[in-house]
Ligand binder design. Structure first.
Ligand code: NAI
Length: 669
C-alpha cells in the first residue's frame, strides 16, 4: 500500500497554493527526511509553475512544526552525510525564499527549530494571538545550532542581539513577544488565520526586515564589541569544553556576520562539527530520556480530584502544582495557620505561570482548604505529606483506608520511610504507593514513583499516569532507603563533608564539583537542603556522618534557613570567599566517584530497571552534568575497567567508602 503524502497541495479560487503538513498517525509534525524530500519535490514544481502565492499550514492542532526528527539523527554518524543532509535542508529553505510569489506561514501553536527556520524562510508569518510560549530555537539544548539557514535569516529579520539571545538561550517565546520582535508579522484569532493569510498574498504588504540601527550591528566595530560582551557572559556560566555550541554560534556571527554566501555554508559546517561532539550526542540522549519518562504514563489518566494531607513545605506546594495543572485540589492540615504560608506561595506560583487574570482566578478556585477532610471520600488521589514519623503516618493511612473510596489512589510523599513499613498496618497494603516529589516542587521535574513490596502494579501505573498528567517526569523505582536520588546524593555529600574534615575549604570543594559540571557544589547543596535533613538522610543509610554535621546541627546552624551553615547566608545567598586553593584532581575524583559508585550500586540492587532510568534520575533529580549524558553513560565513556581501577586506588588512599560496587564487574562482558 502506498504511503500517504505528508504534504497536501491544494489550489484555491485565487490561484493561491496551500501546502498543508499532516504527518499521518502523529499528533505533531516534525521535519523528517521524508517530509523534507516531499517538500523539495513540490517546491521544484512551484518554482516553475508559480502560483499567486504559497501558504504553508499545519493540519495538527498542536501547532505548526516541532523541528527536525531527532530520532533520525542517530542513524547519521559521519561528517559528509550530515553535511549533505544539512545543505539539502538549506537548499529547501532557499527554494522557499526564491519563490517569485508571496509566501506565508500560518503559525497555529508550536513552531520550533527547523519549523521556525521554515517559517522565517517565508516572506510573512501570521500567528494565533497567544501568551503561550511556543516559538523558539531549542537547538542549543541539544548542543546544536539552527542548521537550515535560520541562523542568518533570524539575525536579518530581528537583529543580531535578539536573534542571538533566542538561539543562545533556546528559550521559547509567545506569539505576542515574537510579534514585538518582528519575528511574526500579524496576530489574530484562530478562525481568522486563513483569511489574513489570503489578504496578505493579495495585498503584498512591505516585507519586514530589521531596523537600520540593528543592521549596522552586523558590521565592525559593533560586531566585535557585542561578540566580546556576549562571550564573557557565556564563559561565566559554562565551560566551552563541556558545552561548545554557544561559542560556536557566536564565533560564526563574529567571523561571517550575515553574508549570505559564506554564513549559510559555514553554519552548515559548524552544525556538523557540533553534531559529532559527545556533548551533542549526550544532550540528545538527555532529551530522549525525558521523552522516555514522559511516555511511561498512560495518556488516559483522568484524575479530577486530589486531596493533600499536610500543608507544610511539600504538601502545600504539591497541592498548588496539582491545582495549576487543572485538578480540583484540597489541602488538609491540623490548623489553617500551617496552610496559610503555602496559600501565599500558591498565589505567587499561579501569577508567575499563568499570565491571564481569569486563568489565575480559575486556578485559585481549584485550590481549597479542607481542615475536616470532607473531600477524602470523593478524592481520586490522596497524597500524604505530613511529618516524617512512621507511627503518625501509619495511623493516618489506617484511617484513610476506611474513609476513602475503593478506587482512590493512596500515596505518601515520605522521603526516607519504606513504603511497606507504612503499609504494614493497612488492610490492603497493595493500595499504598510512594509519590516522592522534590523540593522546590515547582522547579524540579522529577517525581519518584515508589513501589512497596506489596504495592499492586495497577496502583503503580495509576500513580505514574498521575505524575505525567501534572507535567512531571515519573521515575518508577522500588522501595529502599533514600529511593534513587537521595540514595545517590548521600555518599557524594558525605564525601564532601569528609573532604571538609580533611582540611579543604568549602569553596574549594564546591568549585571541584562545579568544574565537573554540577549545578551546585555539595557543601552549598547541604546548606540549602538543611543540615538537619542532610544528617537525617545520611543516618538513614547507616553511615556514620562526619562529626562536623552533628556539631552544626546541635549549634542550630542548619544552613540557608537559619542564615548560617558551612557558609553564612545573606539574602538567601552564600557568602563565599574569593580566595581559596584551587581544587586538585583527587578532590574532584573523590566527589564524582562517590556518586558514580552509588549509581551503579543502585542499579545492581535492582532499585530501578535499567541504566537509562538511573541516568534520568540523576540528571533530572540532581542536575548532574547533562553534557555527560548521566553518571552511568559517563562511566561507560571512560570504560568500566578504568572506573574499577580508579575506585580501587581511591579506596587505598581514602578508605572503604570507595570499594567498587559489584555491578561494575557485571557490565564488563
Ligand atoms: P513540614 O513540617 O513542612 O509539613 C508537615 C505538615 O504536616 C505540617 O504543616 C503539619 O502541621 C502537618 N501535619 C502533621 N501531622 C498531621 C496530621 N496528622 N494531619 C494533618 N496534617 C498534619 O514537612 P515537609 O518538609 O513538608 O515534609 C512532609 C513530608 O514530605 C515528609 O514525609 C518529608 O519526608 C517529605 N519530603 C520532604 C521534602 C523536603 O525537602 N522538605 C522533600 C521530599 C519529601
Amino acid at each position: 500500500m502506498k504511503d500517504e503524502n505528508l504534504w497536501k497541495l491544494e489550489v484555491d479560487n485565487n490561484q493561491i497554493c496551500w501546502l498543508t503538513f499532516d504527518t499521518p498517525k502523529k499528533s505533531v509534525n516534525v521535519l523528517s527526511e521524508r517530509a523534507l524530500h516531499e517538500l523539495d519535490t513540490l517546491l521544484e514544481d512551484l518554482l516553475i509553475n508559480t502560483p499567486k502565492g504559497v501558504i504553508f499550514q499545519s493540519a495538527k492542532k498542536t501547532g505548526f512544526i516541532l523541528g527536525a526528527d531527532i530520532n533520525e539523527f542517530k542513524s547519521i554518524d559521519n561528517f559528509d552525510d550530515i553535511y549533505e543532509a544539512t545543505i539539502s535542508g538549506q537548499s529547501i529553505m532557499n527554494k522557499i525564499e526564491a519563490l517569485k510569489c508571496p509566501t506565508v506561514a500560518l503559525l497555529n501553536g508550536f513552531t520550533l527549530g527547523g519549523g521556525l527556520e521554515l517559517a522565517i524562510a517565508c516572506d510573512y508569518r501570521v500567528s494565533i494571538d497567544s501568551h503561550n510560549k511556543c516559538i523558539g530555537f531549542p537547538e542549543i539544548k541539544l548542543g546544536l545550532l539552527p542548521g537550515f539557514g535560520g541562523y542568518v535569516r533570524s539575525i536579518k529579520k530581528i537583529g543580531a542581539i535578539s536573534a542571538l539571545e533566542l538561539m543562545l538561550s533556546g528559550r521559547f517565546i509567545s506569539s505576542k513577544d515574537a510579534f514585538k520582535l518582528g519575528l511574526v508579522d500579524s496576530l489574530t484569532e484562530p478562525n481568522n488565520l486563513k483569511k489574513i493569510a489570503v489578504d496578505i498574498v493579495l495585498l503584498k504588504p512591505k516585507i519586514n526586515t530589521s531596523k537600520w540601527y540593528l543592521k549596522i550591528l552586523n558590521y565592525n566595530p559593533f560586531r566585535m564589541l557585542i561578540y566580546l560582551n556576549i562571550k564573557n557572559r557565556i564563559l561565566k556560566k559554562i565551560k566551552a569544553s563541556q558545552y561548545p555550541a554557544p561559542l560556536s554560534i557566536l564565533k560564526l556571527w563574529k567571523n561571517h556576520g550575515v553574508i549570505k554566501k559564506t554564513a549559510h555554508k559555514e553554519s552548515a559546517k559548524e552544525f556538523c562539527r557540533l553534531y559529532l561532539t559527545s556533548t551533542s550526542r549526550n544532550l540528545i540522549r538527555v532529551f530522549q530520556l525525558s521523552n522516555k519518562l514522559k511516555g511511561l504514563g498512560s495518556k488516559e489518566s483522568s484524575i479530577n480530584t486530589c486531596h493533600v494531607i499536610g500543608g507544610g513545605t511539600m504538601g502545600a506546594d504539591i497541592a498548588s502544582w496539582s491545582a495549576l495543572k487543572g485538578i480540583q485540589t484540597s489541602i488538609q492540615d491540623r490548623d489553617i495557620k500551617f496552610i496559610q504560608p503555602g496559600l501565599i506561595r500558591a498565589d505567587k506560583l499561579f501569577e508567575k505561570k499563568l499570565k491571564n487574570k481569569s486563568d489565575i482566578k480559575k486556578a485559585q478556585n481549584r485550590l481549597i482548604t479542607d481542615l475536616e477532610g470532607e473531600k477524602i471520600s470523593s478524592a481520586d488521589i490522596i497524597i500524604e505529606a505530613i511529618s516524617e514519623d512512621l507511627k503518625i503516618k501509619q495511623s493516618l493511612f489506617k484511617k484513610l483506608e476506611e474513609q476513602c473510596s475503593e478506587s482512590t489512589i493512596l500515596a505518601t510523599n515520605t522521603s526516607s520511610i519504606k513504603i511497606e513499613d507504612i503499609a504494614s498496618v493497612m488492610k490492603n497494603p497493595e493500595r499504598l504507593v510512594g509519590i516522592h516529589f522534590f523540593n522546590p516542587v515547582h522547579r524540579l521535574p522529577l517525581v519518584e514513583v515508589v513501589k512497596g513490596e506489596k504495592t499492586s502494579d495497577e496502583v503503580v501505573k495509576a500513580a505514574i499516569s498521575f505524575v505525567s498528567q501534572i507535567g512531571k517526569l515519573p521515575l518508577p523505582c522500588n522501595s529502599s532507603p533514600g529511593f534513587v536520588v537521595n540514595r545517590i546524593l548521600a555518599p557524594y555529600m558525605n564525601q564532601a563533608l569528609i573532604c571538609y574534615m580533611d582540611g579543604h575549604m568549602p569553596e574549594t570543594i564546591d568549585k571541584a564539583a562545579k568544574d565537573f559540571g554540577m549545578p551546585t557544589g555539595p557543601i552549598e547543596l547541604a546548606d540549602r537542603v538543611g543540615l538537619d535533613i542532610a544528617l537525617h538522610v545520611v543516618e538513614v543509610f547507616g553511615v556514620k556522618p562526619p562529626d562536623i554535621l552533628k556539631t552544626k546541627v546541635i549549634a542550630g546552624d542548619l544552613g540557608a534557613k537559619t542564615g548560617k551553615g558551612f557558609y553564612k547566608f545573606i539574602n538567601n545567598r552564600p557568602k563565599k570567599s574569593k580566595q581559596f586553593p584551587k581544587p586538585s584532581k583527587d578532590l574532584s575524583d573523590r566527589l564524582i566517584y562517590s556518586l558514580l559508585n552509588e549509581s551503579m550500586s543502585c542499579l545492581s540492587d535492582g532499585i530501578v530497571d535499567d541504566t537509562d532510568l538511573i541516568d534520568a534520575a540523576v540528571i533530572f533529580g540532581t542536575g548532574f552534568a547533562p553534557f555527560t549524558g548521566g553518571p552511568l553513560n559517563y562511566a561507560k565513556s571512560i570504560g568500566f575497567e578504568s572506573i574499577i581501577n580508579k575506585l580501587n586506588s581511591l579506596e587505598k588512599s581514602f578508605g572503604s567508602n570507595f570499594h567498587p560496587s559489584e555491578g561494575w564487574g557485571k557490565l564488563i562482558t
